[in-house]
Design a protein around this ligand. Structure first.
Ligand code: SF4
Ligand code: SF4
Length: 441
């Protein structure tokens, strides 16, 4: 069904009126209050209202905007442009393989979906078997033939609890891929980064993403040893110092720190703490936790809304891009599930990436035994379908970056969850547009 309500957002800043229109993806100022009021009516009633406008000057201005490409809504259907290529991508161009080499972990972190009581996942002692490792690498080998090099990432739990499985996976991958270069990655809490393990990782040139929150009071607030609840700060600090002292080049080139914080004051402390690190600024990522799964939310944790500079800069770059709006289109965000970061769990199930909830069956896109389930892949790719009516009328569609990972209904894909995120996204985009309008127009 064709819809005729324009994809516009109207707002005023300091007495000046503005209109953002998603079709040309442009933000303009509106010259008069009468025009602004009429645009409000068109927004509510649709373009048919243009015929009813009595004020000829306003009507002419509206028609001029119309001729310039504003006030249209061509969207007839929501379909991701990659739908017809997804099968081909999964057959030939899978970018990265991520192995959940173990579900076991030695830490209990407050925001971890494995460790949290309210969450669906739970830590288990399950390590990946040799058979699953082989099948996962075989599948990746046949699905990445278009790439001259490949990437394998180790994920947990804490992957270093399954060190022998990691070594086996590397050995098998190196045999399988012959001369094709393999780049390795690992996400680790760094507690087991000691002598022999570090030497091995240095030798394999593994890029490490280290989960480390910063100063002792912050790290210990959220990341403690699972077995006894004791502080993890000293061991992580000592292990990082060991690497820096013994392998300075590796420390400088292969380490990224990922800090996940719960509030602004922790952020300030973490920033100060990491300032003393000998790592380039881009190698330290400070994120606000997704508080949805946190049981301690009533302690005054702030919502992880867009507060960091990246998002403001991202928004600005989107405003200069071509609009995604066509007659058949989809909001940005979704990758071809499995095509970017194929995630294999210890039992051999396939998922779009490590960020989705692996206890929600809606996210399973196949198995290492049966291969990809193409229907599931296309359902996740076309996540805009669950909010079709809303997306068809959404002025923020160019700014949207939602993928299936943000629609987790525990057992299904849930539009009520997505709808809450739509509201947050629109609020943040509007705040950006207001700021941009007042400083750059
Ligand atoms: S978070 Fe979403 S877009 Fe990113 S890799 Fe995972 S499924 Fe794809
Ligand atoms: S913000 Fe919501 S309604 Fe708008 S395009 Fe994204 S998912 Fe659709």
């Amino acid at each position: 069904m064709k819809n005729n309500r324009p994809l516009i957002k109207l707002f005023a800043v300091n007495g000046t009126f503005y209109m953002y229109d998603a079709v040309p993806n442009k933000l303009i100022s509106i010259s008069s209050q009468d025009l602004y009021a009429t645009l409000h009516k068109i927004m509510a009633l649709g373009c048919e209202y243009i015929d009813l406008i009595e004020d000829s000057s306003v009507k002419n201005q509206i028609l001029k905007l119309f001729r310039q490409g504003f006030l249209h809504n061509p969207i007839c259907d929501i379909e991701h442009p990659y739908t017809k290529y997804s099968e081909f991508i999964l057959e030939r161009s899978v970018e990265t393989l991520t192995l959940e080499i173990t579900q076991n972990c030695n830490f209990k972190c407050r925001y971890c979906s494995f460790a949290n009581q309210n969450a669906e996942r739970s830590h288990s002692a399950s390590h990946m078997s040799k058979e699953i490792i082989q099948k996962a690498i075989d599948l990746y080998k046949q699905s990445s033939i278009d790439f001259p090099s490949v990437s394998i990432s180790f994920y947990g739990g804490e992957p270093l609890l399954a060190f022998s499985q990691i070594k086996y996976a590397m050995e098998y991958a190196e045999k399988s891929f012959f001369s094709k270069p393999i780049k390795y990655y690992m996400t680790t809490n760094a507690a087991l980064l000691s002598g022999e393990v570090v030497d091995f990782l240095v030798n394999k040139n593994v890029d490490l993403l280290i989960s480390y929150d910063g100063p002792q009071e912050v790290q210990d607030k959220n990341r403690r040893f699972l077995a006894n609840g004791k502080s993890t700060f000293d061991i992580v600090k000592k292990n990082l110092e060991y690497i820096e002292y013994n392998h300075p080049e590796f420390f400088a080139n292969n380490i990224m720190i990922n800090s996940v914080l719960l509030n602004k004051s922790d952020r300030a402390k973490a920033e100060e703490f990491f300032d003393s690190f000998n790592l380039p600024k881009g190698c330290i990522r400070i994120n606000m936790a997704n508080t949805e799964h946190i049981e301690f939310i009533n302690e005054g944790v702030e919502s992880p809304l867009i507060e960091d500079d990246r998002d403001q800069k991202d928004f600005e770059s989107i405003l200069n891009k071509e609009s995604v709006v066509t007659d058949i289109c989809h909001h940005s965000g979704p990758c071809v599930p499995g095509g970017k970061k194929l995630f294999v769990t210890t039992n051999g199930d396939l998922y779009p990436c490590e960020k989705v909830n692996t206890s929600n069956p809606a996210y399973i896109i196949g198995s290492v035994f049966a291969g990809f389930d193409k229907d599931k892949v296309n359902t996740l790719l076309n996540i805009g379908q669950i909010s079709k009516e809303r997306c068809t009328n959404c002025w923020a569609i160019n700014f949207c970056s939602m993928c299936c990972a943000q629609c987790d209904g525990i057992n299904n894909l849930d539009d009520t969850i997505k709808k809450q995120r739509c509201a947050i996204l629109k609020k943040n985009v509007l705040s950006f547009l207001k700021q941009y309008a007042s400083t750059s127009l």
